[in-house]
Design a protein around this ligand. Structure first.
Ligand SMILES: Nc1ncnc2c1ncn2[C@@H]1O[C@H](COP(=O)(O)OP(=O)(O)O)[C@@H](O)[C@H]1O
Ligand SMILES: [Mg+2]
Length: 404
């Protein structure tokens, strides 16, 4: 079964007052600084964190309800909602997708000794299609779990105890696996727990890294780049493809070595480059900033076991425009294996996209984001009228939205 996210809906989360963003295999957001692109990634990351930690810790780690609730509008926001549509149960389809929505609400209580007091509660609603023609729903409100399903096997778990802030995404052990709707919830949970948001930190990525099991997964800040590359090297094929790509975009690099630096007693991996015309090797700590970024991006694209949804911040940052064509090509190939949602400021990169992959983002004077600022069909029409001018050029000239 090919599990996939078809779209994201967000209400009152940071600048996303009312966002409905369809997600294809590859989605690329462009738009002015502070338009709300990263907020989209934050919303998805929040859901990932809910599966790992639960609702309250996921909110607290980000500063709590006040920090996350939209701060514009006439009165303070009392509910934040983040939801996804996708295919997780056996009979879901693009026409009849499964849904998961988390809403966190806050209600003001009577002040005590002059102090403001609030109570917070959540609602989780799952809609799914575990049998032919059967739409089922599972709803968690305060401390009750309500199952609405024509399937008898679903009703064995109605009596599961849930606390007022508990999440079915985090309570997997409490859900009986032989209930069809609980199985579908488990599929959503596993999918969302795999969401990754990469925002590589070049300074960290340069450093040698301790050899560990986590080398299989690149950290979100790419701080374990050296160890991750060592894992790719052991895998073989992916490493050869990565090396070939590096040589194309940074031609003076002849080879990449993963070594244990002598100044570390413990087991650590460091990256060293063999460069055309130079004696000795260049340690990654001495390599060019853009080269480190390129290594991070290619490591993500060539990951043989990618997460189901990979988000990447500012994909073109620090990379020469002539190298971006290859980056776009690799990203497109990677998106045949799993889903990608990325942000960019590069018209050259955007020139490689189809209208369905292009999401212009804007922000209103009210502080609210407009994402997408245009529908793909409208972008396609502009492209046709412009006799198939590449989208990046049209974007830069202000014809398809997402500009200052
Ligand atoms: N709770 C909030 N309410 C309203 N605006 C917010 C909130 N939290 C963050 N923002 C705004 O979001 C903007 C940054 O959005 P971001 O998604 O990082 O932009 P970009 O499109 O550059 O990635 C800032 O202007 C910030 O003030
Ligand atoms: Mg951003």
């Amino acid at each position: 079964m090919n599990h996939r996210i078809l779209g994201l809906t967000v209400r009152n989360f940071r600048t996303l007052t009312d966002t409905k963003l369809p997600l294809g295999p590859l989605t690329v957001m462009v738009g002015p600084n502070a338009a709300g692109k990263s907020n989209v990634l934050h919303a998805l990351e929040l859901l990932g964190d809910v599966t790992r930690k639960g609702i309250e810790p996921a909110f607290e780690d980000r500063g709590g309800f006040d920090v996350l609730a939209f701060r514009g509008g006439r009165k303070p926001v009392s509910r934040i909602s983040v939801g996804v549509e996708g295919i997780w149960s056996d009979f879901a389809s693009e026409e009849a997708p499964d849904r998961y929505e988390l809403s966190v609400s806050r209600r003001r209580l009577r002040p005590e000794r002059g102090r403001e007091r609030y109570t917070t509660y959540r609602r989780e609603l799952f809609t799914q299609h575990p049998a032919e023609g059967a739409e089922t729903s599972v709803e968690l409100t305060s401390d009750s779990l309500k199952v609405s399903s024509p399937l008898p096997a679903d009703h064995i778990w109605e009596s599961v105890d849930v606390g007022p802030m508990a999440s079915a995404m985090h309570l997997d052990h409490a859900l009986p696996t032989d209930a069809p709707s609980a199985r579908a919830i488990d599929n959503v949970r596993r999918h969302l727990s795999q969401i990754r948001v990469f925002d590589p930190d070049v300074r960290e990525a340069r450093k040698p890294w301790g050899i560990s099991d986590s080398g299989r997964y690149l950290e979100n800040d790419a701080s374990n780049l050296a160890d991750f590359l060592r894992g790719l090297q052991e895998d073989g094929d992916a490493w050869e493809f990565l090396l070939e790509d590096v040589r194309k975009v940074v031609p003076q690099i002849r080879d990449i070595h993963l070594v244990t630096p002598p100044d570390f007693a413990s087991h650590r991996t460091a990256v060293e480059l063999e460069e055309e015309g130079l004696r000795g090797r260049t340690r990654l700590t001495e390599a060019s900033w853009g080269t480190v970024r390129i290594l991070c991006m290619l490591a993500i694209f060539h990951d043989p076991e990618p997460p189901l949804l990979t988000c990447i911040e500012e994909i073109d940052h620090g990379i020469h425009p002539h190298a971006l064509g290859l980056m776009a090509q690799r990203l497109r190939e990677a998106s045949e294996r799993s889903q990608y949602l990325v942000t960019t400021h590069s018209p050259v990169f955007v020139n490689e996209l189809e209208p369905e992959e292009f999401v212009p983002c804007e922000r209103r004077p009210s502080g609210a984001s407009v994402i997408p600022a245009r529908k793909p069909a409208d972008t396609r029409r502009v492209v046709e009228v412009a006799e198939y001018e590449p989208i990046g050029n049209l974007w830069f000239s202000g014809s398809v939205g997402g500009t200052l």
